[in-house]
Ligand binder design. Structure first.
Ligand code: MG
Length: 362
């Protein structure tokens, strides 16, 4: 009844909804991987994963050539066993982005199936802490925007009831970075949260210097100041500043999160369900962070993360970056600064099959 009879993957190119730049890159297009899993009783689960423009073909190959053939005949309810089997079957390429992204597409499909079978929304099945979670805005804070645009965007977010805004930093001049932050702070007042994100562009020494210059802007967190593999640099920065250090969008395993937490190198964890390998490891990271009394504010993918943040007691924020509107019939519900987790069984994302087909590249 619950045996997997079919597993298929496809790749679509999804256009970006707005121009997005940071200190090191642009969001070119959302290469979106879909995995569909069907069981012998006719139930179907749909999962997905993504890149911001490169590597999607490699993820698709990993799925088609190595992972999906291993699903036939498996009991779809044994999500942990399947995750472990797939992980160990590709052991020579883990820990790594391609494998984690491929695993996530399979794992989210199995969770969709599991929740549909249980007749429960994901947010309840995965824990069920609270249905409504605070949301902050990133769409008005890209690095190419002028200070005037940043201020306009932040004021608009405040008018819409959002609780925080994220601004990219990493301009060549520290003075310019600082002036942009202070202009926004002055416009929105003392209480709304401002997060900053350097996208791994700095050395530890430079990040310590910038954090000191940002102190009086009252920042809520300083995100990815350094390359993600520089754990000791993050620990040094965290010890030097009152601004919480946020990391996680570029970490690909639960062990990498353990290293950060164990060394007091992260004050906010931004685990991304696609990049960490799916819902199965995402929940482990969230619970690990809880044990360290650290909040979880996942990166991107608001349509799925809303249900995961709602599932756990230490989920603090969902990031507002709408990017699925062209290929979905449902939309994330937002009310008075809170995102509301869908209450339909499954992941709670209603895909538009025709719109997906139109964008299919493989
Ligand atoms: Mg970021």
């Amino acid at each position: 009844m619950t045996t997997i009879t079919r597993a298929e993957a496809r790749l679509i190119d999804l256009e970006v909804e707005t121009v997005r730049t940071d200190a090191v890159q642009s969001f070119l297009k959302q290469e979106t991987l879909f995995v569909e899993v069907e069981t012998s009783d006719g139930l179907t689960g749909t999962g997905y994963s993504y890149t911001i423009g490169t590597g999607g073909g490699a993820v698709l190959s990993m799925l088609r050539e190595h992972l999906l053939p291993r699903l036939a005949g498996r009991d779809s309810r044994e999500v942990e066993a399947i995750w472990q089997d797939l992980h160990w079957s590709t052991h020579a390429t883990v820990v790594g982005a391609i494998t984690s992204l491929a695993l996530a597409a399979v794992d989210t499909a199995l969770w969709d199936l599991r929740a549909r079978r249980a007749g429960q929304p994901l947010w309840q099945l995965a824990g069920g802490f609270r249905r409504e979670v605070p949301i902050y805005d990133t769409e008005g804070g890209w690095l190419h925007l002028s200070t005037e645009s940043l201020v306009e965007g932040a004021v608009d977010s405040q008018r819409r009831g959002l609780r925080g805004v994220k601004l990219k930093v990493g301009k060549p001049s520290i003075t310019e970075d600082r002036q942009r932050l202070l202009a926004v702070r002055e416009a929105i007042g003392p209480d709304m949260h401002i997060m900053v994100d350097a996208n791994q562009s700095m050395t530890a020494a430079e990040a310590v210097r910038r954090a000191a210059a940002f102190e009086d802007a009252g920042l809520y967190w300083f995100e990815e100041p350094l390359p993600a593999d520089d754990v000791s640099g993050h620990a040094r920065l965290a010890a030097s500043t009152s601004i919480p250090v946020a990391v996680g969008e570029s970490l690909y395993s639960i062990g990498q999160f353990r290293d950060y937490l164990h060394r007091d190198a992260a004050g906010i964890v931004q685990v991304d369900v696609a990049r960490v390998g799916g819902i199965t490891p995402w929940l482990k990271v969230a619970h690990l962070a809880e044990a360290y009394n650290v909040a979880v504010c996942p990166h991107f993918l608001m349509e799925l993360h809303v249900s995961l943040v709602a599932a756990v007691p230490n989920g603090a924020y969902v990031e507002h970056i709408p990017q699925l509107r062209a290929i979905t019939r449902s939309q994330l519900q937002i009310s008075d600064g809170f995102a509301i987790a869908p209450d339909t069984p499954g992941l709670g994302i209603e895909w538009d099959p025709d719109a997906i087909d139109d964008r299919r590249v493989a």
